[in-house]
Design a protein around this ligand. Structure first.
Ligand code: FUB
Ligand code: ZN
Length: 653
């Protein structure tokens, strides 16, 4: 945004989640987590749950699994066997990153003690040459960089760099930033044409190195990112094609036109890093690549839930329109990676389509990843579940939540995402302030000339589409407030002081530019009335089906709310669209809007019958009328084993 250079200590308090203030190609910057106070509402309840339950319980689980002791052993403070797979340290780093985000809004949190203890341990475990990774020290030191396909070394380093930057931005301390810089310097010396001339099987380090550059000003980190990206397409020639696709190495990134076969999390992390690099170096070929891949992905490979990665095999994207419901992989981490990528794309090109995608994947792709009590998690997120069929599915099938995983990437990703949520809500440019996400609370920020401004947001979003923003100023000031008008909203309305404003369009930011007076109130009215979506006919599995949405939330049917029906015989009445009712249920699932509407159950199909019949003879099954109740998809699987369905056929009763 400007030409000022980033240096440690400079501006750590005002750096956003990604700090694009000095990025030459960035047209937008984000407002840091600490400037946003969320008040009771949807996101605040998750922030509190994360702080009070998820972070402490997950730290205990990490400790029980030996993840913290691994650092003690590496630091020579404890004798014993290290435990866990090669990527294990990344779980600690992601926890640490999340806890540091919390410290921005809650500097007095008891988590501060654990943060400091872990920061000290990581610093103590750093090797003399700068390397930090408990899986490759001692007698495993010789194995460093010998298994770049699967060893996760750079992936782990990337998560450490993100934690170190978050620690710096939370506390102002450079303790971990210095440790990270030493490790990054080591990587710069190691990964080069005449050194380790390869890249990482699991990307992630790219966006982290760019953020480390933004925090330290060391441009060598950008050179390393470019090197790691440029090696893609020829780093793993010994692997077969499917493996190279999975490693995002089947083609150079700039030549890729789609993500079929690529590992979802790997490719979305890589694209986040490539977008970051473009923001810094303006390489137009990178911009073309990320735009091409974004367009193809959202047009052909994105679940209606904002989930990504259709296949269990290699945890990868499928072909265009290959989006199975029962067997969806849709890893929680992939939806979170989509959030990361869209945030970076928006900084490159501030179009609401990126923030719409971010919001959709956040509510519907990521949030199902944690239970309402914050104790169990989903790795994969199918769009349909059989009542009795779970055992035949692959492990981590998204049927029953689990408290922990050996590779526990998704829970620790949830932690850092939830902790950083306020940092997604607002951004700014030279014209004014952007409201990206609607959530009750207050923003304490400043105008381009430095004058303080507070925005007080009052809303019950996503349960209601009404948002009020009160502007508090010391002096009247002229600037723009940009409101995201989501593409799903019909007939959106904006007014200031009761006066309606013209030409409010969905799928764009609406700029309200005026001389603002203290106490001015801006009102936004979005229509969250429930409605059905249909899929592109090429998505054959969903032919004749509806998905139900209300505002930014995708809904699903669960057996527990719809006794007498099953996922195989339940249908919406084709006439039900006009009869859908949005009803508040404060006592259900921590308080949700349910949707009720007329449905049908093909009752006589319960017994196995002939599997096939002559064409045209039809399956003239008597249909029993019923009222169906749908709940938000993110809240599914919180009441024991039950069938679930997002895409539901519709029929004439
Ligand atoms: O390999 C580390 C993580 O484990 C990946 O990001 C996820 O897809 C899971 O496989
Ligand atoms: Zn994961």
């Amino acid at each position: 945004m400007s030409s000022a250079s980033a240096t440690p200590d400079a501006g750590w308090r005002v750096a956003g989640l990604i700090d694009t203030r000095s990025s030459p190609q960035a047209r937008h910057a984000y407002i840091p987590t600490r400037a946003v106070r969320l008040e009771p509402g949807y996101w605040r309840s998750y922030m509190d749950l994360n702080h009070a339950t998820i972070l402490p319980s997950l730290l205990q689980k990490l400790a029980d699994a030996g993840r913290i002791d691994n650092f003690r052993i590496a630091a020579g403070q404890l004798d014993g066997e290290m435990r866990g797979r090669d990527a294990r340290d990344s779980d600690v780093h992601k926890w640490l990153e999340g806890a540091c985000h919390v410290l921005q809004t809650h500097p007095d949190s008891p988590l501060a003690t654990s943060v400091q203890e872990i920061a000290d341990l990581i610093a103590a475990a750093q090797d003399a040459d700068g390397y930090v990774n408990t899986a490759f020290v001692g007698d495993r030191k010789a194995l460093r960089h010998t298994n770049l396909r699967h060893g996760h070394e750079l992936y782990v380093a990337g998560h450490f760099f993100m934690a170190a930057v978050a620690h710096h931005r939370a506390t102002g301390s450079t303790q971990l930033l210095d440790v990270a810089a030493r490790q990054a310097d080591y990587l710069c010396k190691t990964f080069r044409p005449k050194g380790v001339n390869s890249t990482s099987g699991h990307p992630g380090v790219e966006m982290a190195l760019v953020e480390l550059y933004r925090a330290t000003g060391n441009a060598r980190y950008l050179d390393l990112v470019r090197f790691l990206i440029d090696r893609r397409g020829s780093a793993f020639p010994e692997a077969d094609l499917r493996q190279r696709q999975s490693l995002v190495d089947a083609q150079p990134l700039r030549e890729m036109k789609e993500l079929t076969g690529t590992h979802a999390v790997r490719s979305l992390y890589l694209l986040s890093g490539a977008t970051d690099l473009y923001l810094e170096n303006g390489d137009e070929s990178l911009r073309r690549a990320v735009e091409t891949l974004w367009a193809d992905t959202v047009a052909t490979k994105l679940y209606v839930t904002g989930g990504l990665g259709a296949r269990y095999e290699h945890e990868s994207f499928g072909e265009a329109y290959e989006l199975p419901n029962l067997r969806a992989y849709a890893e929680t981490c992939a939806a979170i990676a989509h959030v990361f990528w869209n945030q970076r794309l928006f900084a490159m090109d501030p179009r609401s389509r990126y923030m719409d995608g971010l919001e959709w994947s956040l509510y519907n792709g990521a949030m199902p990843g944690v239970s309402l009590d914050g104790m169990t998690y989903f790795y994969s997120n199918p769009l349909e579940v059989h009542e009795h069929g779970a055992e035949e599915l692959p492990s981590r099938s998204g049927v029953d939540r689990e408290p922990f995983f050996q590779t526990t990437c998704c829970p620790t990703n949830m932690v850092r995402l939830l902790a950083s949520l306020p940092g997604y809500c607002y951004g700014y440019d030279a014209q004014g302030i952007y409201v990206h996400l609607y959530a009750a609370g207050a923003l304490d920020w400043h105008l381009p000339d430095g004058a303080p401004v507070t925005l007080v947001q009052r809303t019950d979003y996503p349960w209601s589409g009404k948002v009020e923003i009160e502007v508090r100023l010391e002096q009247p000031a002229r600037f723009s407030l940009f409101l995201r008008i989501p593409s799903w909203s019909r007939s959106p309305r904006v007014s200031v002081g009761g006066e309606s404003l013209a030409q409010v369009q969905s799928g764009a930011y609406y700029a309200v530019t005026r001389e603002w007076q203290a106490g001015d109130v801006l009102s936004l009215d979005l229509d969250v009335a429930p409605r059905f979506l249909e899929a592109d006919p090429r998505l054959r599995e969903n032919a004749g089906c509806y998905a139900l949405v209300s505002g930014p939330l995708v809904y699903c049917l669960e057996g527990v709310d719809n006794p007498g029906a099953s996922n195989l015989d339940v249908q919406w009445d084709a006439n039900s669209a006009a009869a859908l009712r949005l009803e508040r249920e404060d006592g259900l699932l921590n308080g949700v809007n349910v949707v009720r509407g007329p449905g049908l159950i093909a009752a006589s199909r319960r017994e196995p019958g002939p599997l096939y019949a002559p064409a045209g003879a039809g399956w003239s099954t008597p249909l029993q009328q019923t009222t169906l109740t749908a709940i938000p998809y993110y809240a599914r699987a919180n009441r024991g084993r039950t069938w679930m369905k997002v895409w539901t056929p519709h029929a004439r009763g």
